[in-house]
Design a protein around this ligand. Structure first.
Ligand code: GLA
Length: 521
């Protein structure tokens, strides 16, 4: 990059910072998500660690997994965050700056981010709060917080998991806030995933720092799914239900559904528990070789609707009946209630779910929807008799009405718009991205935040459940260089009136030659 290009980039970046911090930037904000509107429902995506560990994480694996995620219907179901975990992604130069590992990631970490964004997905990266990552294969952020978070912003990360290895002498409640400040200073909206495995009890203080925090140790060693370990994690995470809500989630780790060693019933149970606990739905299996049964489980829109409910309540065990657990306390955005009957035992369980269990008066007349069989019964009064096979679940949605609307699931065709302008080409350029809602409602029009740079304007038009963002760039008067902006848009879920997670995408304008203004001088 020439010195001049660096200067013209610096001006739009400063503008961008104002755009991003304009709404929030409030140091007294109670929630981190008040600053950026992110993760108001639990993040959904994929990380490689559970299945692969460090090897063979590389660009090829991530790209193949992106393709599998799109092909399998997971993108349409709402999974969006994807990228390497501890996969030897970068090293530190003598100057202190982070640099991409081009042997493993030939496009560089920014290039991989662009690829992910252009598939309509969001880019996740990984680092550590200590001196090194766990295997010591990568540098940690200690002492380099601000320059590292700047590098992550330049690589266009949308989600960063920050681990807790090699942190002797550090405490989570001071190390992580520093990283939060560094992220805000870097100016890019980023979902912050704290990963101290419950150390420092982040559920007590981290809602103002990040959007989710691990509550427990790892769910498994790479490639070795463990049902008992998963059950231990569920027991610990269940107790923390009061700490979860929109923008601040308990994270019981990436899922193991679809890994080898688990039965179909266990896959279904684990997924249902994660949905009922409003846990981040980060798949950890090999998406390239999933069975049809795993795909069906991971893409069940009705079950995902429980997880992505705008109220963001974490369900809990309200009663036990023999071995069986009755999970409830999860009111949903339309006034209906989710109830999970989980049978961790070895023999079938027969349970009577009462209207009271589900949060209704005992005399209520109710409709019951089974979210795994997709059958509705009712209207009916009295208890609901449920039979559950060993290690299986029944997941019910119970309502006073017979309609069971799905909350919004937002799917974009791209999260990056790239314009090229030169003296010879037209100076007004237009490109659109389409954003659709796979939930039941037609959404109000997305509202684009003010404060875009003068070379960019965005208008939104609606056709049914798809909205089109038309981006118009005008290179007139711009000198040669690279210009970048992040567009932010907000919306509200129409049934509850609650805010939805903010939508962000990148716009790049490359001006080569004198497009209209004074040339490169
Ligand atoms: C920790 C985390 C895991 C994974 C590994 C990488 O154990 O909890 O999820 O990121 O580090 O080394």
């Amino acid at each position: 990059m020439t010195k001049f290009a660096r200067i013209v980039t610096a001006v739009p970046m400063a503008l961008l910072l104002l755009v991003c911090l304009g709404r929030g930037g409030d140091p007294d904000a109670k929630l981190r998500s008040d600053q950026d509107g992110l993760a108001l429902t639990p993040p959904m995506g994929w990380y490689p660690w559970n299945e692969f560990g460090q090897e063979p994480q590389n660009e090829k694996l991530i790209k193949e997994t992106v393709e599998a995620l799109v092909r399998s219907g997971m993108k349409e179901a709402g999974y969006s965050y994807i990228g390497p975990d501890e996969g030897i992604c970068f090293s530190r130069e003598a100057s202190g700056k982070l640099t991409s590992n081009l042997a493993r990631y030939p496009s560089g970490l920014r290039g991989l981010g662009d690829y992910v964004h252009q598939q309509g997905l969001k880019y996740a990266l990984y680092t550590d709060a200590g001196t090194h990552t766990c295997s010591k294969a990568m540098p940690g952020t200690k002492g380099h917080e601000f320059e590292d978070m700047k590098a992550f912003a330049e690589w266009r990360a949308d989600y960063v998991k920050i681990d807790w290895c090699n942190t002797t002498g550090q405490t989570p409640d001071s190390a992580y806030p520093k990283l939060r400040d560094a992220q805000l200073a870097a100016g890019r909206p980023i979902v912050f995933s704290l990963c101290s495995w419950g150390e420092g009890q982040p559920w007590k203080w981290a809602a103002s720092v990040g959007h989710l925090w691990r509550t427990t140790e790892d769910i498994c060693a790479p490639g070795k799914a463990s049902w008992p370990a998963a059950m231990k994690i569920v027991r610990a995470n269940e107790k923390l239900f009061a700490a979860a809500g929109p923008g601040h989630w308990n994270d019981p780790d990436m899922m193991i559904s679809g890994m080898s060693g688990l039965s179909e019933a266990q896959n279904r149970s684990l997924f249902s528990l994660w949905c009922m606990m409003a846990s981040p739905l980060i798949a950890g299996n090999d998406l390239r070789s999933m069975t049809a049964s795993t795909v069906k489980i991971l893409t069940n829109h009705e079950v995902i609707g429980i997880n992505q409910d705008p109220l963001g309540i974490q369900g809990r065990i309200v009663r036990r009946d023999g071995q069986a657990q009755i999970w409830a306390g999860k009111r949903l955005f339309d006034g209906s209630q989710a109830v999970l009957v989980f049978n961790p035992g070895e023999a079938p369980a027969q349970v009577q779910v009462t209207p009271g269990d589900a949060g209704f008066e005992e005399s209520a007349t109710l409709y019951v929807r089974d979210l795994w069989t997709h059958q509705t019964s009712g209207p009916r009064a009295g208890s609901i008799r449920v039979t559950v096979a060993p290690r299986d679940v029944a997941l019910l949605r119970i309502s006073k009405t017979s309609s069971f609307p799905l909350p919004p699931i937002i799917v974009a065709d791209s999260y990056q718009v790239v314009f090229h302008a030169s003296g010879k080409s037209a100076q007004e350029l237009t490109k659109a991205i389409a954003v659709k809602n796979n939930g039941s409602s037609e959404l109000p029009l997305w509202k684009v935040s003010p404060g875009l740079p003068s070379w960019l304007s965005v208008t939104v038009a609606q056709s049914g459940k798809t909205q089109t963002f038309s981006n118009k760039a005008s290179a007139a008067g711009l000198a040669k260089g690279h210009y970048h902006a992040v567009v932010k848009a907000d919306n509200r879920e129409p049934i509850s009136g609650l805010p939805m997670s903010a939508l962000y995408y990148d716009v790049d304008l490359e001006v080569s030659g004198a497009a209209g203004g004074p040339a490169n001088n």
